[in-house]
Design a protein around this ligand. Structure first.
Ligand code: 4AZ
Length: 300
């Protein structure tokens, strides 16, 4: 490597470290001076650690039956292999209403989707329901532009019980810096991987304030106020493809509350590329209006 290349690399590397440090998530465990200097091998080791070591995402754990009774799977209705049919997640808002991401269902007809509730294992049928109506919010154009929210009205009510429960929406639109979320899904456990059979959960996922998520090395201003970011600066732990539409929850004194919907991100588990979620509290009035009268709420 030439001297010039080396100093360029060093500058880029310093930026990465500076960005990671200013993100705070690694600040307690990183020695700033030591990370910026040191031999190339030293730097390589720190860099590998900062980058999360493995491109493996989620780093989640398998859920037990009834642990996330609001989680549903959206399945392609005409694929009989339940595992292969899974294409997105969703959350039970009420016995006949599912909250999901607009990007999961836009351009899809109700008869193309079946909702599976009451199981953590995709290969176990649980309770299945056809969809009567898909309500995509007015103004939705693409997940990266925001408004990534939709509702599914089921043909028949779900039988609420220990394994099937609705989750209330979080009331506050904002979150403390120290908020920790939980995300669940059957999505890929590695970037580009296949969905998994057993529902996975990831807890203690740090909230990432909008200002931080909008920094140049993260999303450089693309994060809108109706999005929430969550994850670690060093990456390695994240939601991924197949988790979309599913719940990001927060623990409150009253119990678990729906805080977000898995929406998008650049890759999965990449350093500084946090997971991006729909900020559900911004749409609480819209959801209530649709549930009261789906024909008159603002829909696409
Ligand atoms: C996706 O492609 C996707 N890391 C969902 C979530 C994330 C990235 C991609 C967040 O559906």
């Amino acid at each position: 490597m030439s001297r010039g290349q080396r100093s360029w690399r060093r500058a880029g590397w310093s930026l990465l470290v500076a960005a990671a440090l200013s993100c705070g998530a690694t600040a307690q465990s990183i020695d700033e001076k030591a990370a910026m200097n040191g031999s190339e091998d030293y730097q390589r080791a720190v860099e590998a650690w900062l980058r999360g070591l493995e491109p493996k995402v989620i780093g989640g754990k398998p859920a037990t039956a009834g642990q996330f009774p609001w989680q549903v799977s959206l399945d392609v209705s005409w694929i009989s292999d339940l595992y292969r049919a899974h294409f997105c997640g969703g959350s039970i808002y009420a016995d006949e209403w599912i909250v999901t991401a607009a990007h999961c269902v836009v351009g899809t007809r109700p008869q193309d989707i079946v909702v599976t509730a009451g199981t953590t294992d995709l290969t176990t049928a649980g309770v299945r329901r056809n969809v009567k109506e898909i309500v995509v919010i007015k103004g939705y154009v693409g997940a990266r532009k925001g408004k990534d929210i939709a509702l599914l009205r089921l043909f028949e009510k779900l039988p609420l019980g220990p394994q099937i429960q609705a989750i209330p929406l979080v009331e506050a639109e904002g979150f403390e810096d120290a908020t920790r979320f939980t995300v669940t899904g059957w999505g890929a456990t590695s970037q580009g991987g296949r969905p998994v059979r057993q529902l996975q959960f990831l807890e203690n996922l740090p909230h990432v304030p909008l200002l931080q998520c909008n920094r140049p090395l993260s999303y450089d201003g693309a994060i809108k106020p109706d999005m929430v970011c969550a994850g670690f600066a060093q990456g390695g732990v994240d939601s991924c493809q197949g988790d979309s539409g599913g719940p990001l929850t927060v623990h409150t004194e009253q119990g678990e509350r729906l805080a977000g919907i898995v929406s998008w991100g650049e890759g999965c588990g990449q350093p500084l590329k946090y997971g991006v979620y729909t900020r559900v509290a911004k749409y609480a009035d819209w959801i209530r209006a649709c549930v009261a009268s789906s024909l008159t709420c603002e829909r696409r």
